[in-house]
Write a protein that binds this ligand. Structure first.
Ligand code: NAP
Length: 349
């Protein structure tokens, strides 16, 4: 029964107003935070060599997001140590950077991170004489096509863990002491929005990215007050070789699936402004949308099916189209008519 006295009505009205006020304050904080990260940071660009140090180191730099970090850092007057596994692509990138940023020095290190822990001894001598300002732990791979863990071969499994997990820890070990001694520097760890959910059929990939996220956040906490910045970047879909090898749906960059250059032009300026970011404002909105949706589905009996679609882009395309609406109603549409009830997504095997 509803209370009828004036006092009770007043109390309910006050509670309602407080709830709305809380919501408005949170929204305003989110919007201001977003403006600071993605607008102000681009207007007020930092002098990267002066703030962090002269050299940048980028792993997995011959394609996609890593390549754009290397080019963008060079365009901001940083010398770049380029690390990847294909010498032709490495020397080609050196040439591109020389043309685009003539005053900048580059060096290449040819390593395959899937070879295991020996690669760090090979990289270390290249770092000795350098004022390393920024490390971008970018290198990452996934298993193609997505499949249940029982079908993942040994040959696919251990390289994935060496590349996605060990490289982040190994490279951080190589540069962190030097940065701490100087009292400046930055490490950018490229995680993934995929780490936000359990991801059946790409469970190991998502878990490696959850490792990156948690390791990076812990390190950020430990480095507080030292002058060293640790940033976690968790992109959503970016149109790169990695994604395009799964599906043709994302070959053409668009608002929700930017090109790697659009993504990095947005992500790099957030360094120093945010320790934990999607790197790209639309992906930030997507994260909120999926997060809220996930919270609801946590109460459903088949909660992981929601997550499983996310790493099967061919089949998830209808979902992606829906998320373009990016509105609250989308969450409800997905919740009411989404994979758990519509059957358009295959069951887990
Ligand atoms: N694209 C996305 O939608 C997306 C979303 C979230 C997170 N991410 C993350 O972003 C990072 C970059 O992904 P991307 O999409 O730019 O990938 P990509 O286009 O496939 O580029 C990966 C880069 O890493 C290099 N690489 C791969 N395996 C290597 C190994 N074993 N040793 C040395 N270098 C190796 C590749 O060299 P080659 O040129 O020789 O192949 C290439 O330069 C990854 O950590 C990924 O998990 C990507």
């Amino acid at each position: 029964m509803l209370p009828e006295s004036e006092a009770a009505k007043c109390l309910l009205a006050v509670l309602g107003l407080l709830w709305v006020a809380r919501w408005v304050v949170y929204l305003a904080c989110d919007v201001l935070g977003g403006l600071r990260k993605f607008v102000w940071a681009r207007v007020w660009e930092e002098d990267l060599p002066a703030t962090y140090g002269k050299w940048a180191v980028v792993t997995g730099c011959t394609d996609g997001i890593g390549k754009e970090y290397a080019r963008e850092l060079a365009s901001r007057d940083m010398h770049v140590l380029l690390i990847a596994r294909n010498i032709h692509k490495l020397t080609d990138l050196q040439r591109v950077i020389k043309e685009e940023s003539p005053g900048v020095m580059t060096e290449v290190v040819l390593v395959d991170f899937s070879d295991g822990t020996g690669v760090y001894d090979k990289i270390a001598p290249f770092l000795h004489d350098k004022d390393v300002g920024i490390l971008v732990n970018n290198v990452g791979v996934n298993i193609k096509p997505p499949r249940p863990f029982k079908d993942v071969s040994e040959e696919d499994l251990w390289p994935l863990i060496h590349v996605n997990v060990a490289s982040v820890v190994g490279m951080t070990r190589l540069v962190l002491d030097g940065m701490l001694a100087k009292g400046k520097g930055a490490i950018i760890n490229i995680g993934s929005a995929a780490s936000g959910n359990p991801l059946p059929r790409a469970g190991v990939y998502a878990a490696t990215k959850a490792f990156v996220d948690f390791f990076s956040q812990s390190l950020a906490w430990e480095c507080r007050g030292t002058g060293v910045t640790i940033q976690t970047v968790r992109p959503g879909f970016v149109s790169t070789k990695m994604i395009n090898s799964y599906t043709k749906a994302f070959t053409k960059p668009r608002l929700l699936v930017p090109s790697s250059s659009t993504f990095v032009a947005s992500a790099l300026p957030t360094l120093g402004h945010s320790d934990h970011t999607s790197g790209y404002w639309i992906h930030g909105c997507q994260k909120e949308a999926f997060y809220q949706n996930q919270q609801r589905t946590q109460h459903s009996s088949d909660k992981t099916v929601h997550a499983s679609i996310a790493w099967n882009p061919e089949e998830a395309t209808p979902l992606c189209a829906m998320t373009q609406l990016m509105s609250q109603s989308t969450h409800w549409i997905m919740f009411l008519f989404g994979p758990t009830s519509s059957g358009i997504y295959p069951p887990l095997t």
